[in-house]
Write a protein that binds this ligand. Sequence first.
Ligand code: ATP
Length: 204
Amino acid sequence: MRVALFGGTFDPVHRGHLAIAKAAADAFGLERVWFAPAGRQPLKPEGTPTAFADRVAMVRLACGVDARFEVSEVDAPQEDGSPNYTVDTVARLIEQGTGERLFVLVGADSFLDLPRWHEPERLLGLAEWIVVSRPGFSLHKAGQLSASQQSFVAQGRVHLLESVHEDISATELRTRLEQREDCHALVPEAVLGYIREHGLYRAE
Ligand code: ATP
């Protein structure tokens, strides 16, 4: 089975996330895409994200659009409050023998940031990668990728999927939600309903 781990803060999940998961699933014949909200994202220390349970619930609703999509709690908050490192999650999935072929799905911005992640060299080698284009982030400018990232691209372990142009970010979306703008084009209806019901993303 071809499976992709799609980690993120998902605060909240948006149509950009769904579009990139669909593009990756179609292009690489993925049978499952696991959307895994992170309990505590090590590189986003500023500000507290929306409660994990709410982010999971919104992702679960969003995943209803495609039978290949599932929410996963592999990155649930740790008991001692420590951050969730992708390298540990992927290693654990491999140990548990989940998926014959495991991909890690990320946007171009995240992949460019990878050298700052925990144990990037080890993480790069653990799975295959699908890196999806994101407006404003180029993978091709000289010096953007580290030597080991380039070498994994050359070995065919990193697959670039550059047909996606989704100009949506959760940060911008939160601002729009706070300002009570119409966000139907950016967020699935069921997720908007959840946000309304639970009073999320309201200005203080
Ligand atoms: P924020 O604006 O708060 O950084 P985000 O929109 O990037 O949030 P995340 O939950 O941090 O959302 O992203 C999860 C994953 O999805 C990351 O790998 C990110 O690169 C990717 N991603 C999110 N939005 C897009 C997009 N519009 N195009 C391509 N990749 C995206």
